[in-house]
Ligand binder design. Structure first.
Ligand code: BGC
Ligand code: NOJ
Length: 811
């Protein structure tokens, strides 16, 4: 069953039934200021950091779902309704939510009145604009009472929920004209305030939640709205809110625009005050002025649209498959930007207070984003690398506001350092900017011990080989990519975190075959980079380490039919046919086949056949099989999840593309394509009622074949799945890959795909690549640029500014 449809021409998903199987959300903002908005206008806003600088309140996992947002109430005689259906839930005559690229437009129609609300964050602006257009389509005069409503968060979203003994006393507001200012803690240690304004005179307001809502009312029926009049309340402590009250008269056919602005201001210490106790509002008024007419707002929205047009013109596919086109050209790229911006911090599944930016997560996010805004990718790489420790280990996470490593989680995840090689190499291949390697980058944010970024890569590489276990394979530490395979944790106390507890490390033999595969892939990238830089000795040294690792995998990491997953604390095999449960895992099959380990001996093919046989199912490839049905203390969190969910045999979408890429390495395009389609949201739109999360973005997890309800997804939006799938489809299946010297064309296609055009802007030139498939679907037979034949399958760099027609014929 569907709840809407794609509108590709407008790059929107159009929801026509507000009761989606889960709130279907969108993200506003692209730089410093962000908001989440659901299809019923739920969600919240924050500046840079969803934990430390939260502007508005939101209640997670609530009853009903999705409570709190930017709400409008319209009282038309005795009928009260909201344009987004919620919170009032009065049935609408028409409802539509268009989630577009960084904006959402929600329209409700009731009793001849249409309310169209457009939410977006203009470029380079620390504010959300909420443009509400009311139109009277009836033939009588309408006298409407309009109320806005939003609840302020007292900045630190975690403290806001915990520290009520203080927080119920600190809230402070000011009202001037049509603007409500939230200045809580401004007089002491904060240099920032927030405001909610509207571009028209108001007839009243409320700033104290209880006055507006009523102590025992719900958001579906606030007292002020029921009464049809506000209380002009001034919040002192308790819960400050912002609600405007406007009386609107509309003649038949008449329309009026109301522009609300939810903004954020920082003032320098010496400019904080206008007069004693009165905040300096100049910067706020300046923002309001920029968006005080419908025309200005429409221009800002048009700028945002052209910003996206531009970003999406860098990679563009024209194929006969609409679903594929819309994923590659619109939604997958959009999700890559969002994951780059948010990492895993703020979604409807991540409450924005638990995790900042992940070291491994952010590095991986780069592979789907680096072509969009390379300068931002560059800055991110330096920020990430600055949280590395001098020995090559890494803080697992850092907070975006402070850019400091997060002490609470610390380090010890032994895959982390290698992802920095991936991030950096992807950036250089995209841009050709080798100068990033000379940047001096601190360790643990300590400038006095800065070394070049290249040194950081060397130290990352060495971190692996300095931490090898008894089989010559990398020690796993707290965990590798799979946060839930905690081989040194041994926790029996439910109050301990699996991520940070290591009750058993002395003499541990826990090694990871996945990190071994990862090391062969990114170690090889490191070797190639050294060669490019003319560091031949270092390249030779690194090469021999990579070879040693590949040999160690072949002799100690092979189970006979597939790659082992790990060795546990005691040195016992994990992911072996010998095990009763968890005989085979996806991660090591993915990484070892991507690395091509044992390819000549047939290991890659066998490994991938075992994946097909044991891990694949109708909805994707599960993480392990058989699922764990009992708690295995020496394995940790993985065995805590019920079977079929999350890391215990869920379809963890992030690692499915590793198998797709592995398949392309042995030329099996049909297989890779089958796996691609299975988890790709646009292909799942028809089963939205089962899948439940948005049909336009990937979810982290789809319940696996052992689950109670296979096929049901969770944790949409913020997942490495976005970047990896984009990377797999564009660079390995459709096969256009940036390399140091040009664009490599190396598709591995399903037989049914006949032909497509792939446009790629790369280092200043535009390549229009026309690819015609052959019998085999793999291997380039002929390639020409503007009619001139080129040997091999690399498009060498052409002069910037030019447009080049490339014809590719495949075997
Ligand atoms: C989740 C993982 C996540 C980890 C760290 C676990 O509970 O299952 O997916 O990476 O927590 O937050
Ligand atoms: C989500 C985490 O953000 C990521 O770092 C991890 O690799 C996966 N879960 C798998 O555990």
């Amino acid at each position: 069953m569907k709840y809407g449809h794609f509108d590709d021409a407008n790059k929107e998903y159009v929801i026509t039934n507000p009761q989606t199987p889960f709130p279907w959300i969108n993200y506003l903002g692209n730089e410093d200021f962000f908001g989440l908005v659901s299809n019923t206008a739920g969600g919240y806003a924050f500046y840079k950091d969803a934990k430390f600088r939260r502007l508005t309140r939101y209640r997670y996992n609530n009853i009903p779902m999705d409570n709190g947002g930017r709400y409008f109430y319209i009282k038309d005689e005795d009928t009260i309704w909201s344009p987004g259906w919620k919170p009032v839930k009065t049935p609408l005559d028409k409802y539509e939510c268009r989630h577009g690229l960084s904006y959402s437009k929600i329209t409700g129609v009731k009793n001849g009145v249409s309310a169209e609300s457009t939410f977006f964050i203009p470029l380079k602006t620390w504010a959300e604009v909420h443009h509400l257009k009311l139109t009277n389509d009836s033939d009588s005069v309408k006298k409407l009472k309009l109320f806005s409503f939003m609840e302020w968060c007292l900045w630190n979203a975690e403290d806001d929920q915990n520290n009520l003994q203080r927080n119920l006393n600190t809230g402070e507001v000011e009202v001037e004209g049509s603007t409500i200012y939230h200045k809580t803690e401004y007089k002491e240690r904060r240099n920032h305030y927030a405001f909610y304004s509207v571009n028209t005179p108001i007839n009243g307001y409320d700033t104290n939640r209880e006055s507006f809502v009523g102590l025992y009312n719900e958001l579906s029926g606030p007292q002020a709205v029921l009464d049809g009049k506000p209380h002009n309340s001034e919040a002192h402590g308790w819960s400050p809110v912002a609600s405007h009250y406007i009386e609107v008269e509309l003649q038949p056919g008449e329309a009026k625009d109301f522009i609300f602005v939810l903004g954020y201001v920082e003032n320098p210490e010496e400019d904080k005050w206008e007069s004693k106790g009165v905040i300096n509002k100049k910067p706020a008024l300046a923002i309001q002025q920029k968006f005080d007419t419908a025309e200005k707002v429409e221009n800002a929205l048009a700028e945002l649209k052209s910003y996206w047009e531009n970003l999406l013109s860098i990679i563009n596919l024209e194929s006969k498959d609409d679903k594929l086109n819309r994923m590659v050209n619109i939604w997958n790229q959009y999700q890559c930007m969002v994951t780059f911006n948010m990492s895993r911090s703020a979604s409807f599944f991540e409450v924005g207070i638990g995790r900042g930016m992940g070291f491994r997560d952010s590095n991986q996010d780069l592979i789907g984003f680096v072509h969009q805004v390379p300068e931002r990718a560059r800055e991110r790489i330096i920020d990430i690398a600055s949280t590395q420790f001098p020995d090559g280990g890494c803080y697992h996470q850092y907070q975006p506001l402070t850019k400091r490593g997060n002490d609470a989680i610390g380090g010890g995840f032994n895959d982390d350092p290698l992802w920095l090689i991936l991030g950096t190499v992807s950036y250089i291949k995209e841009t050709g900017d080798f100068s990033i390697l000379d940047e001096m980058v601190p360790f643990d944010n300590d400038e006095s011990i800065a070394q070049s970024l290249f040194d950081h890569l060397t130290i990352s590489f060495n971190h692996v080989i300095k931490n090898l276990g008894p089989n010559g394979l990398p020690l796993i530490g707290r965990a590798d990519w799979n946060d839930c395979l905690n081989l040194n944790c041994f926790s029996t106390n439910p109050n301990e975190s699996f991520q940070t507890t290591e009750n058993n490390t002395k003499g541990s033999k826990a090694e990871s075959v996945m990190i071994a595969g990862l090391f062969v892939v990114y170690g090889t990238d490191y070797v190639e980079l050294c060669e490019k830089l003319g560091k031949t000795d270092e390249a030779a040294r690194a090469k021999s380490e990579v070879n040693k690792m590949a040999e160690a995998v072949k002799s100690k990491g092979w189970d006979g039919e597939w790659f082992l997953r790990a060795y546990d604390f005691y040195g016992n095999k994990v992911g072996s046919d010998e095990n009763e449960e968890g005989k085979i895992f996806i991660e090591s099959q993915g990484w070892c086949t991507m690395a091509g380990i044992g390819k000549d001996e047939g290991m890659c093919e066998k490994s991938l056949d075992a994946v097909k046989e044991r891990l694949d199912c109708e909805y994707g490839i599960v993480l392990n099989n058989p699922a764990f049905t009992r708690y295995v203390v020496e394995y940790g969190e993985i065995s805590t999840y019920p079977k079929g969910y999350k890391e215990n045999a869920g379809i963890f979408c992030h690692n499915n593309p590793w198998i797709m890429i592995g398949e392309t390495r042995i030329g099996r395009g049909d297989r890779a394509w089958e796996y691609y389609q299975k988890i790709c949201p646009a292909y799942l739109e028809e089963i939205s009622d089962l899948h439940r999360t948005e049909p336009y973005v990937y979810a982290q997890m789809i319940a696996g074949k052992d689950a109670y309800i296979p096929g049901e997804a969770k944790n949409s939006w913020l997942t490495g799945t976005a970047a990896w799938n984009f990377y797999a489809i564009t660079q390995f299946i459709l096969g256009v890959r940036p390399e140091y010297e040009g664009l490599l064309v190396d598709p591995c296609l399903p037989k049914a795909m006949e032909e497509y055009q792939f446009t790629r802007k790369f280092r200043g030139a535009t390549y229009k690549i026309n690819i015609v498939n052959g019998e085999r679907g793999h291997g380039v037979k002929a390639l020409s640029i503007n009619g001139n034949k080129v040997d091999g399958n690399l498009i060498p760099l052409q002069k910037a500014g030019g447009v080049y027609q490339v014809e590719v014929i495949m075997y």
